[in-house]
Design a protein around this ligand. Structure first.
Ligand code: ADP
Ligand code: MG
Length: 309
């Protein structure tokens, strides 16, 4: 199953120059490809360059050098076609609060030259569960609804690729779930999805492949499954008959998550230490271990490892 690339980025660089002197190398020789139909996640701490990348695709930031191809169109030669191929959901809410969702979608459709008979305003409103709010002021919408309206706005010209920049930042859990369901259903209909997020748990659940940016450098690019195999820490829960004394040299070398009367939770690196050693140390204190359970780390483990200098 060799899917075609819908986005190809070659040696992409962006240098911001402030006051003519101070420079920020926001993207440093970025190379990546996104395949048709996938959900691709671009992760990275604040300032890593995620928005810069997305804004270059959207045309609001001009790249310094490199080549970008979207849906077969070259960004330098065919910027209009590139724009038509993608729908961008920006990080910041950017619509006039005095228009209704319906009006905003109609205006956006006009902007993209979608003819009236080809507009699918009601379908889109339904997709993002805003049909009841279709004619209210956008300003009366909750934060989550505003986000969904941004998704709707990005969809008016029915682009084959949708790009979401931190779509769930500042959105409560319930609405976050709805938003992800929206994204999934779009993806099921064949829309290639690129998103940035710093909620690693969501990225882990949503994305087929993940790229990790750190200070403008792509430090990982792999399937989510392969990235998860790089996990090196393990969390272990001990239930004991009395409290364990963790003020000793051995325990101080581990990461203690909590230590209560009958429960010790800690994490350790699989490559450096063996669980047998931990058990032996606990036993030295004449403590009876009543139960042990373990958890593998998650994407955060991989992420922190790759993004800390
Ligand atoms: P992210 O979205 O991953 O948080 P950004 O792309 O917003 O990262 O920022 C990457 C780097 O570029 C940061 O160091 C940021 O300060 C800098 N930067 C972003 N936008 C501008 C700008 N318009 N002018 C100057 N520097 C900028
Ligand atoms: Mg950003």
């Amino acid at each position: 199953m060799n899917k075609k690339n819908v986005l190809t980025v070659k040696n992409l660089n962006k240098v911001y120059t402030k006051n003519g002197s101070k420079q920020t190398h926001a993207l440093n020789n970025l190379n990546l490809e996104v395949k048709e139909g996938e959900i691709f996640g671009l992760l990275g701490p604040n300032g890593a360059g995620k928005s810069t990348f997305i804004n270059i695709l959207g045309g609001s930031v001009v790249k310094t050098s490199g080549e970008v191809n979207v849906w077969g169109f070259n960004l330098d030669k065919n910027p209009r076609q590139v724009r038509a191929s993608i729908g961008i959901v920006p990080q910041e809410v950017n619509f006039d609060p005095f228009f209704s969702p319906r009006k905003l979608l109609e205006l956006q459709a006009g902007l993209y030259g979608v003819r009236e008979k080809d507009r699918i305003t009601d379908t889109i409103l339904k997709l993002v569960s805003l049909e009841k709010q279709a004619d209210s002021y956008a300003r009366s919408l909750s934060g989550g609804m505003k986000r969904r309206l941004l998704v709707a706005k990005a969809m008016v010209h029915q682009p084959p690729i949708i790009i979401l920049d931190e779509p769930t930042a500042g959105v409560d859990v319930e609405l976050r779930t709805t938003l992800w369901e929206n994204v999934r259903s779009l993806n099921k209909q064949g829309v290639t999805t690129i998103l940035t997020t710093h909620y690693l748990e969501e990225a882990e659940k949503m994305c087929d492949r993940i790229g990790i940016l750190s200070d403008g450098n792509l430090v990982a690019l792999d399937t989510t499954r392969n990235l998860l195999q790089r996990i090196q820490t393990k969390v272990v829960y001990f239930t004991t008959d009395k409290k364990i004394n963790i003020k000793d040299k051995f325990f101080e070398s581990l990461k203690i998550i909590s230590n209560e009367e009958n429960k010790l939770v800690l994490s350790y690196e699989k490559s450096r230490i063996n669980i047998d050693k931990i058990i032996t140390e606990i036993k030295k204190q004449d403590v009876i271990i009543q139960d042990i359970s373990t958890d593998d780390g998650d994407l955060e483990d991989v992420f922190l490892r790759l993004t800390k200098n």
